[in-house]
Design a binder for this molecule. Structure first.
Ligand SMILES: C[S@@+](CC[C@H](N)C(=O)[O-])C[C@H]1O[C@@H](n2cnc3c(N)ncnc32)[C@H](O)[C@@H]1O
Length: 297
């Protein structure tokens, strides 16, 4: 078992109905019958399991086939996540050096997926393992220790199509993707830190310049996938991409299998795997708000 429990930040949502559940420690570990029905991926659990299982264990099950070790924690210590990082701190406003893509990936001409605010990296590692030989993966994360551990796992699994960079995506995304030799085909911004206080909204990772860089960087047919368990944050991200109707179209217009509710939120996760925050939030009964856009040719 690897050191997961400390790596899952919990949001206190001042206005969300989930606040009462997520705020009180007594509700932290137990899934109560009063919560909304579990998602399909819980179906393998027995009733007594759903009543007593802890959400970090669900994370472990979701990524079980990666078989990641906890050697990193044994060697370097546990990865503790406390407060959100303030990305506007002056030392975080310096763009990172662009790596030599040919030494980073086995084939640097493959299409690229970038996950912004990748957290532990397990979600992206899972995707990289399944898309070996077809797609490269780049995880951008502002917490250096998470990046070190993710890279440790990448080495362990000997994956040649994934790389993590300790970077502030707000200031480094554009030059990283514009220097990449292959096409950018998918960008994800999944459950970003909500920074609830109004005066801190500017710390949210997705701001207009980053949204514009994503849209400009995507090749024709390229996609951007956003999601959040905080409606306000999801709406904030959605506004940026809905306001580019000449360049982007929502995927339900192209693919009838991508079903949405009346408000235009995707009914299902199109990635085939949930992120850690997503697992944790669904466990607490929260809803995930998702949109996926495709760049027009
Ligand atoms: C709530 S976590 C979500 C992680 C993952 N996407 C998930 O859904 O489980 C948000 C992550 O974004 C990272 N982050 C926040 N601001 C960032 C920025 N400006 N650039 C890169 N990463 C950032 C945080 O350190 C954190 O790991």
């Amino acid at each position: 078992m690897w050191c997961i429990s400390s790596s899952i930040p919990r949001f206190i949502r001042p206005t969300s109905p989930a606040v009462t559940l997520s705020s009180f420690p007594s509700f932290r570990h137990l899934r109560k019958a009063t919560l909304s029905p579990p998602p399909a991926s819980y179906s393998a659990l027995t009733l007594s399991e759903t009543e007593t299982i802890r959400s970090p264990e669900l994370v472990a099950r979701e990524y079980a086939d990666l078989n990641l070790s906890d050697k990193f924690c044994q060697e370097v210590g546990h990865v503790r996540i406390r407060q959100h990082v303030n990305p506007l701190r002056s030392e975080l406003m310096i763009p990172v050096e662009v790596p030599d893509w040919n030494s980073v990936y086995e084939d640097a001409t493959l299409p690229l997926m970038v996950d912004i605010g990748t957290g532990s990296g397990r979600f992206l590692i899972w995707l990289a393992k399944r898309n070996s030989g077809f797609r490269n993966h780049l995880g951008l994360e502002i917490r250096p220790k998470l990046v070190k551990r993710a890279e440790y796992w990448v080495d362990e699994l000997a994956l040649k199509n994934i790389h993590f960079i300790y970077a502030n995506a707000m200031v480094s995304f554009k030059q990283l993707v514009s220097s990449y030799p292959g096409p950018l085909i998918l960008v994800s911004v999944l459950c970003p830190d909500p920074h609830f206080k109004k005066k801190h909204h500017k710390r949210r990772v997705l701001q207009k310049p980053l949204a514009e860089s994503i849209v400009d960087g995507l090749g024709p047919g390229g996609q951007v996938f956003i999601q959040s368990d905080v409606l306000e944050v999801a709406l904030d991200m959605r506004d940026y991409f809905d306001s580019e109707p000449d360049k982007l179209v929502h995927v339900d217009f192209i693919d009838p299998n991508m079903l949405c509710d009346n408000e235009g939120w995707l009914l299902n996760n199109p990635m085939g795997i949930r992120t850690e925050r997503e697992i944790h939030a669904e466990f607490e009964g929260a809803r995930i708000y998702r949109r996926m856009y495709q760049k027009q040719s």
